[in-house]
Write a protein of this length. Structure first.
Length: 364
């Protein structure tokens, strides 16, 4: 019997079937991404760990060789980012923010309305069918939008390519915009003794492990980030003298950037070319919409404009939380509002689909 060729994606998703050269390439890539991130952080580039790793991923994916990292690495990066936020979280931070609810709901409604309008814009000027355009411009819940798009007859490849590009575009531009008013800070020192740093890092590692295990049992959008923040907060409360070395959250941001950077490849560019110039225009309109929403939120709340921008921009809860931590811009508050936005979009999705998506009959 003729032997069937091994499926590359199966190898990537199954660690037991991954070849030794592939493991070496992955390790070398992650090391390179973290090194570039550390270099940019050392040069005081805003969110240097994150941006450096993303750029490394883009170069590797587009110009060198496409590869896929294991899912657990992404989970570890989220856990490290979330647990670090939990360690610096102070409950008193939220006492003065009770007046954020109504402005948040207003900007959420405007975000959803803007996403629907952008979807109609893409449908009219790009040649995409209405369902594909709708799922492309859904402002949040990228994984859910991509998964549901196929069920409703949308072009899943184009939806995935657009969301990948949208998140990448925002993650590369928002830190630059928000970092304009921020002076860089040290990224490699420790806040206390080396003994305290080692114990604190071990405590953080246990917090990440606990959050990953809990998120496997209780799954919902943003669950891992939320659990890691909560567990990190509890751990820091039990050991108040814990001080996480400043390079540890940087490594978490670098790992996240390494994963994100690889998502944009030549296949993504091919899918975007099918949309044409409308894809670029819609991304720019998305950015303008985010700036307007941040300005409205800023005008209605006591927050500064950059915190408002990171809190309401539809660019991924983990990515914006990581950026907020890198720039020291209210990371706990940004993470909370971003996760609230993500959950709100998730629960609003059935209503939006019922109202704006055309039902496609299954082929007979």
């Amino acid at each position: 019997m003729k032997r069937q060729p091994t499926d590359m994606r199966s190898n990537l998703s199954n660690p037991d079937r991954t070849s030794h050269p592939m493991i070496v390439r992955r390790v070398a890539y992650v090391a390179a991404a973290l090194s570039v991130g550390a270099l940019l952080a050392g040069l005081r580039v805003p969110a240097g760990w994150l941006i450096g790793a993303i750029v490394t991923g883009l170069v590797c994916s587009v110009l060198v060789k496409k590869m896929q990292l294991p899912d657990w690495l992404f989970k570890v990066s989220l856990g490290v980012i979330g647990a670090n936020i939990g360690f610096i979280l102070k409950p008193t931070q939220f006492v003065e923010y009770h007046q954020l609810l109504l402005p948040f709901l207003l900007t959420l409604c405007l975000t959803l309305a803007g996403g629907v309008l952008l979807g109609r814009f893409m449908h009219r000027f790009s040649g995409l069918d209405a369902n594909t355009a709708f799922f492309c411009c859904l402002p949040g819940g990228a994984s859910e939008a991509i998964a549901l798009s196929k069920e409703y007859g949308a072009n899943q490849s184009i939806v995935a390519a657009y969301h990948t590009t949208r998140i990448l575009f925002f993650v590369l531009t928002i830190p630059v915009v928000a970092g304009i008013s921020r002076s860089g800070s040290g990224s490699f020192g420790i806040n206390g003794s080396w003994g305290t740093a080692v114990v604190s890092t071990g405590l953080l590692a246990l917090s990440v492990l606990a959050a990953v295990l809990l998120a496997r049992r209780l799954k919902f959008p943003g669950s891992l980030l939320l659990f890691s923040i909560l567990i990190g907060f509890v751990a820091s409360s039990l050991v108040p003298e814990a001080e996480i070395p400043r390079f540890v959250p940087g490594i978490g941001q670098g790992l996240l950037g390494a994963v994100i950077g690889l998502r944009f490849d030549n296949q993504t560019m091919t899918q975007l070319k099918k949309i044409g110039a409308t894809a670029l225009i819609s991304l720019l309109l998305y950015f303008v919409l985010s700036v307007l929403l941040a300005t409205i939120f800023y005008g209605l709340t006591p927050l500064d404009w950059f915190t408002s921008l990171l809190s309401v921009v539809p660019a991924g809860a983990a990515e914006m939380s990581s950026t907020a931590m890198a720039l020291d811009i209210e990371p706990a508050l940004v993470a909370t509002l971003q996760m609230a936005r993500l959950l709100a979009v998730f629960f609003a999705m059935p209503l939006l689909i019922h109202r704006f998506v055309r039902r496609v009959e299954a082929p007979k």
